[in-house]
Design a binder for this molecule. Sequence first.
Ligand code: NI
Length: 204
Amino acid sequence: MASATGGRHGWETTNLRYTAFDMPKGLIRYQNSGQFHFLTFSCYKRQPLLAHRNGYSLMEQALERVRQTHKLVVAGYVLMPEHVHLLVSEPCLGSLSAAIQALKQETSKKLKRPDEPHFWQRRYYDFNVWSEGTTEEKLHYMHQNPVQRGLVAQPQDWRWSSFLHHATGAVGTVEIESRWTAQRRGGQLRAISSLDSRAAKASP
Ligand code: NI
């Protein structure tokens, strides 16, 4: 594919034509080493609550804080007006459900309207992703979600997803685990194995 060499391609053209399937193979090969969770959670009564009051931006900031404090890997995400999809690892600190609870609490505190009883639906959906193929499929699904819904014409036109990072290496609010991020760290991909969580516990 045209983008197989990656690099600065995306910055040098104003007319991006990337799709998730154009992403270089091997970009996320490290993900074989661990399991990801494809999470979906919705706003209360599936109202488009994230589209108001700076919701997308506050959600991204909260996700980044939770990523850092709970030490989890974010492979991708999309923020939709009334729901969120995340592709994340188990955290090195605490449980995934505690991390998600923290994320929902923080955003609810900032975004819930006084006249609404809740900001989020209570439950969320958790789908285990074991294979690289399924990982790519979920990334593609997330990045295409705003297009499927008719919100934008192309995935790069939706600001609130990990698409641009995966396609071009652009650094956004949320650190996304990718080949680009590894390069910035000097070639280090973040391990998401149990070995890594033991190391994290030994040196907090
Ligand atoms: Ni969706």
